[in-house]
Ligand binder design. Structure first.
Ligand code: NAD
Ligand code: 44H
Length: 499
């Protein structure tokens, strides 16, 4: 993270006692933490979510679940964590006040490309009982429609050829499981904490499919002995900015080079299926259930689909954060009605969850004026989010014979965004994995057909006139009138198909 230099003391074990009284520091003996967990992908979200729950557990005297952080792609976070004795600050930013704590559960951080042998050694160590993942939705290489693992990748090929020097998460997990099996050790549980439905199944498919390419016997052993529970994770965590760092230094007098700013809300629902013990996370508010599916469906179709809808349309309209979007009555009303009229009617009943209240709370979370959550962050990886989060609501609406113009407008927003520039001619931030869609969108100009024909994203829905025609109309309207004007007109009922 780039930033302005500051004169505050650096955050380390030695400066912990200089934190102001309002900032809570770890009150447990960090040296006594036993590393029961390896986490791969130590980004903002892991640090604001899973690590905070584990920090609370350590504060209650549960010292068996320290975390060894592993990065496959990001060297910078490791350098910062090393300099700070693996400490960092989490700021919970409510609309009216901040609450800050320093988290101390990271016992070690390893940047895998520098020392793959050390990462394999810790994964194969008997002490490691749980491996958690935040490697992004695309990290699993699972096709959204076929559900198959895509092994067509140079890094996957390299891991199959040279298992002792892995490059991918599958290479690391499978080699470590191979070593544990050979040593007669129990395997670890693999717990995905990425936003995707059936994330446990995705992790299982990826790991077992990779193992099958390497050694079918090992694959069979993994299938039989390794648990891959699914989990639903929720806590909106924007990308840390230099201003966040400055604000933390100003508030605490201590310079944390990479704090995390997040919202007060958090939720973690986990399928209670572990093969080598688990942390007693129920003590700190984690819900263990038999089946997380309805929780995932409700969260991804309301929150994540809502995020995608406002990200593309909002960005094209010149807005940059969710707070800006929610401060605009037209966009706020768009999101409110998208959820209530077109998404919620297609959702399953979820015992104990009042869907109307869920939406109300969500709208309040998104409107938090202090949280500058970047639309650019929400706009990432549209090619996986549109099929996983938005299209299921389109399909449900079509099956139930309900109109769905606001969903079609959201999809049209993504197709327009893929042209690479907004209506002021400014470049828009497009991040992989399907950057090859940009020239397709540019070539097609206002024609939605070439993109809707992408079967890997739209499947047969892209050819269904009940979807394709309103998306085409919405795309043309966006170009003709501009995003805010079209949203306003659709809210007035003008986007609905003639009955
Ligand atoms: N930020 C949030 O609000 C939030 C909330 C809920 C869930 N999540 C989940 O957490 C994931 C990470 O989000 P974040 O906000 O921490 O992002 P981030 O960019 O801060 O961190 C992403 C991490 O994943 C690693 N990574 C990316 N691709 C990988 C791959 N193919 N293999 C291994 N590691 C890989 C990166 O190196 C980085 O450490 C998201 O994909 C999302 O599914 C995020
Ligand atoms: O993390 P992604 O890229 O899958 O999705 C972006 C956001 O929608 C997501 O990170 C939410 O902030 C999060 O799911 C809230 O719990």
């Amino acid at each position: 993270m780039t930033h302005a230099p500051t004169r505050a003391l650096p955050l380390t074990d030695r400066t912990l006692d200089q934190l102001p009284p309002g900032v809570s520091a770890p009150d447990y003996d960090r040296g006594a933490l036993r590393p029961g967990i390896v986490h791969i992908g130590v980004g903002g979200f892991h640090r604001a979510h899973q690590a905070v729950y584990l920090d609370e557990l350590a504060r209650r005297g549960e010292t068996g679940w320290g975390v060894v952080g592993v990065g496959l792609h990001s060297r910078e976070i490791g350098e910062v964590l090393h300099a700070q004795d693996r400490l960092y600050t989490v700021v919970e930013r409510a609309a009216d006040e901040d609450d800050a704590r320093v988290v101390g559960v990271l016992t070690r951080y390893l940047y895998a490309p520098d020392d793959p042998a050390a990462v394999l050694a810790v994964l194969a160590d008997e002490q490691t009982r749980l491996v958690t993942l935040t490697i992004t939705g695309t990290g699993y290489r699972i096709d959204a429609h076929t559900g198959d693992f895509d092994a067509d990748d140079v890094h996957v090929a390299s891991d199959l050829e040279d298992p002792g020097r892995p490059e991918t998460v599958f290479g690391y997990l499978v080699e470590a499981l191979h070593r544990r099996r050979a040593a007669g050790l129990a395997p670890f549980t693999v717990l995905s904490c990425d936003n995707m439905q059936h994330n446990g199944s995705a992790a299982r498919t990826a790991v077992v499919s990779f193992a099958r390419l390497r050694d079918p016997d090992l694959a069979a052993w993994i299938e039989e002995h390794v648990a891959f529970p699914s989990s639903m994770v929720d806590r909106i965590t924007p990308t840390t900015t230099p201003e966040d760092r400055d604000a933390v230094a100003a508030a605490t007098g201590i310079d944390d080079r990479w704090p995390v700013v997040t919202e007060p809300f958090r939720q973690w629902v986990v399928e209670d299926s572990f093969c080598n013990g688990r942390p007693p996370l129920e003590q700190v508010g984690v819900e263990f259930v038999d089946d997380v599916t309805p929780y995932e469906v409700v969260k991804t179709r309301l929150l994540n689909a809502g995020h995608s809808a406002i990200a593309y349309l909002g960005y094209l309209a010149g807005l940059r954060t969710t707070a800006e979007v929610m401060a605009d009555p037209v966009f706020r009303s768009y999101l409110t009605r998208l959820m209530a009229e077109e998404v919620a009617p297609g959702l399953p009943e979820l015992e104990g969850v009042d869907l109307a209240e869920y939406q109300q709370v969500l709208l309040e979370r998104l409107a938090n004026p202090q949280m500058a959550d970047q639309l650019a962050r929400l706009a990432r990886r549209g090619s996986t989010k549109i099929p996983n989060y938005l299209l299921p609501s389109v399909t449900a609406a079509m099956e139930q014979g309900r109109p769905h113009p606001l969903l079609c407008l959201a999809v049209a927003g993504w197709l327009r965004f893929l042209r690479g520039h907004d209506y002021a001619g400014e470049e828009v931030p497009i991040q992989g994995p399907r950057t090859d869609l940009v020239p397709v969108a540019q070539e097609a100009d206002g024609d939605a057909t070439p993109l809707l024909s992408e079967r890997s994203i739209f499947d047969h829905v892209g050819q269904d006139p009940r979807f394709a025609e309103p998306v085409q109309r919405a795309l043309e309207a966006l170009d003709r009138e501009g995003p805010r004007e079209v949203v306003e007109r659709y809210l007035a009922g003008d986007g609905r198909p003639a009955s």
